[in-house]
Design a protein around this ligand. Sequence first.
Ligand SMILES: [Zn+2]
Length: 129
Amino acid sequence: MHDVTAAQRIASTVLHAAHERQARRVEQISIALGAMTMIDPDQLTFWLEQVLRGTVAEGAEIEIEQLPLIVRCTRCDSESEVAVPDDPIYHLMPFAPACPACGCEEIEIVGGDACVVRSMRITEASDDE
Ligand SMILES: [Zn+2]
């Protein structure tokens, strides 16, 4: 997933939620960023600030929690954390994680493959200044 695409998706989630709750301002956005997305948190913050410019979420504090990639092996049934290689090649081709216990590539990703809004703090229209 590209950083800009992820930022646009996050922004749309945030702005939609802000609209639903009639937010006057979005003060803070918490994001869970999985290692498997290969997204650099600094890049994500940068792009998010760009796409939120001119919206109710402009200037919101952006908090990113990085989650490790967790896989479950379908062969030996072990669940392990897999380090995602920091190699630009994986921006061009998919990274195929293998089970660290038995080397099997028939694994299921159980965590760390998403980039989602975890929570946000807003000022509602009815709140006093
Ligand atoms: Zn295994």
